[in-house]
Design a protein around this ligand. Structure first.
Ligand code: SAM
Length: 192
């Protein structure tokens, strides 16, 4: 079984948009407790790699075959040093960056929404640092002010962007996922 109900959201997104393929290198932001990691590790197969990042520790999986494909980084994605560790772990351009990051809920929607958008923008920056040409990006954001502007920024970097709310998340009605398909330009590598 999966560690989180969220696992089914990534399954649905991937069924619709094919973001994770066999042999891929995938970076999963906000990965704890690890449901998306399980789905991603299954889909990349034995030749693939998934790097999971979270503030929280991610426990190893019972399935050794999955553990062999998964690397975890514990840290805060709003900090440069965490981003640098993720870039090191990736060791080069990656095929997909997926982010299910969400803030700790304060209960005040406007605050939670602003924090969610900030995390989504951090994920986008990381995607621009890491994604190979043609690579895909998935990001969660809570609906609200400035989300359309964020979408427009993502649209500039990908062939197309689709907004979806997977069935598995309809009861959390404020969240949507943007899927950016096919990064247009190659990343600038250190030294270029
Ligand atoms: N996709 C996960 C799964 O399937 O198990 C569930 C992710 S949960 C909805 C959101 C996660 O984002 C939390 O584990 C939280 O710790 C993480 N998160 C929030 N802010 C973060 C940050 N600044 N850096 C890294 N992770 C963060």
């Amino acid at each position: 079984g999966y560690r989180s109900r969220a696992a089914y959201k990534l399954k649905q997104l991937d069924d619709l948009e094919n973001v994770i393929e066999s042999g891929d290198t995938v970076v999963d932001l906000g990965a704890a407790p690890g449901g998306w990691l399980q789905v991603a590790a299954e889909n990349v197969g034995p030749e693939g790699t998934v790097i999971g990042v979270d503030l929280q520790r991610i426990k190893p999986f019972d399935d050794e075959a999955l553990n062999e494909r998964v690397e975890t980084v514990r840290g805060d994605m709003t900090e440069d040093r965490t981003r640098e560790r993720v870039i090191d772990a990736a060791g080069g351009p990656v095929d997909a960056v997926v982010s299910d990051m969400a803030p700790n809920m304060s209960g005040e929607y406007s605050l939670d929404q602003a924090r969610s958008l900030h995390l989504a923008r951090q994920a986008f920056e990381t995607a621009l640092e890491l994604l190979d040409t043609g690579g895909d990006f998935v990001v969660k954001v809570f609906q609200g002010p400035d989300v359309e502007e964020f979408r427009a920024d993502v649209e500039e970097e990908f062939r197309y962007v689709r907004a979806t709310s997977p069935k598995a998340s309809r009861d959390e009605s404020s969240e949507i996922y943007f899927v950016g398909k096919g990064r247009i330009t190659a990343p600038v590598r250190p030294g270029d």
